[in-house]
Design a protein around this ligand. Structure first.
Ligand SMILES: NC(=O)c1ccc[n+]([C@@H]2O[C@H](COP(=O)([O-])OP(=O)(O)OC[C@H]3O[C@@H](n4cnc5c(N)ncnc54)[C@H](OP(=O)(O)O)[C@@H]3O)[C@@H](O)[C@H]2O)c1
Length: 280
């Protein structure tokens, strides 16, 4: 269990990954992006989650450079994740996509590189490329995103290296029981995307009731629930007060009863695409 924004979870290869970070999906290049990421770093966030498809790696890179300069932190104190997009899945094309992401970010390594979606017939070649990058020491950890149990099983039939991370949609209405227990059993760390269900759980009555009880907000209850479930979480906000609010989850803990109650809210309800039915 992590106790602050800098605290880490140990991945199966020994790499330390912050248990709490910030995501930048749907944030366009420009001052708002740079300001938000820089503010997060100054506030204590150490982990930033982007992807080639978000089209904002250059701004994230600028925010990292300025954030490091203004805080005096070193690059090694940050944990930067990006993801290879579907159209680049393939051995050579994934290797090239990695170089493009590094260049845009202005970095010489990533902490974590993920296969964004499990496109059938393509993800194994991309995984071979990630293994190459990892074995060459170009990336600290490699993993996947949106992989169901059968995708993980299929990948591991031919893989030399087991993914260190599986980043999936995860929130109180989608608790991913099967994926979570499979990952736990195989030492693959689960990471939550859209932990706040993209802002759609703010008025949920049961969550509001729990939030009132702890004098916390619904986002804080959900993010604390992630942490107590052993899931790394990366809520997105570009607003300073919410970047602060979301990370103010280390001064209370949810009782077992409340954890159970939130776990029971599952409806297998997705806000994002179903990994078994992707057409992009
Ligand atoms: N691997 C994948 O396929 C995948 C897919 C989706 C997302 N992700 C990653 O996961 C990250 C998080 O997911 P997400 O961005 O989809 O959704 P999210 O973090 O669940 O929710 C973000 C939304 O909630 C709002 N919000 C944030 N904090 C709030 C608060 N305290 N109170 C009220 N509203 C709040 C944000 O608005 P404001 O910005 O206006 O505050 C934004 O509209 C992404 O940014 C991305 O890095 C990965």
């Amino acid at each position: 269990m992590i106790h602050n924004l800098q605290d880490t979870v140990t991945l199966h290869n020994g790499v330390q990954m912050p248990g709490f970070g910030i995501g930048v999906f749907k944030v366009e290049e420009g001052p708002e992006l740079v300001h938000a990421v820089k503010f997060a770093i100054k506030h204590g966030y150490r982990s930033i989650d982007t992807a080639a498809i978000y089209g904002n790696e250059e701004g994230v890179g600028q925010a990292i450079r300025e954030g490091l300069q203004e805080t005096g932190l070193s690059r090694e104190e940050l944990f930067i994740t990006s993801k290879v997009w579907n159209s680049d899945l393939g051995y050579e094309s994934t290797l090239a996509a990695y170089e493009t992401s590094l260049k845009k970010l202005g970095l010489d390594y990533l902490d974590l590189y993920l296969i964004h979606w499990p496109v059938e017939g393509k993800f194994k070649e991309a995984w071979r490329a990630l293994e190459t990058l990892y074995k060459q020491g170009r990336v600290k950890a490699i993993g996947v995103s949106n992989f169901q149990v059968h995708h993980l099983e299929d990948l591991m039939k031919d893989a030399e290296i087991k993914p260190m991370i599986n980043q999936v949609e995860y929130h109180p209405k989608l608790t991913q029981k099967e994926v979570q227990s499979y990952c736990l059993e195989h030492g693959i760390q689960l990471e939550a995307w859209s932990p706040l269900m993209q802002g759609q759980l703010l008025e949920h009555p049961a969550l509001k009731e729990i939030a009132d009880k702890y004098h916390k907000t619904v986002p804080q209850i959900i993010l604390r629930w992630d942490l107590q479930n052993g899931v790394i979480t990366i809520p997105k906000s570009t607003k300073e007060h919410r970047i602060v609010e979301n990370s103010s989850v280390f001064d209370f803990s949810l009782s077992k009863e409340d954890m159970d109650q939130i776990n029971a809210l599952n409806e297998n309800h997705r806000v994002g695409p179903d990994p078994d039915n992707i057409d992009f």
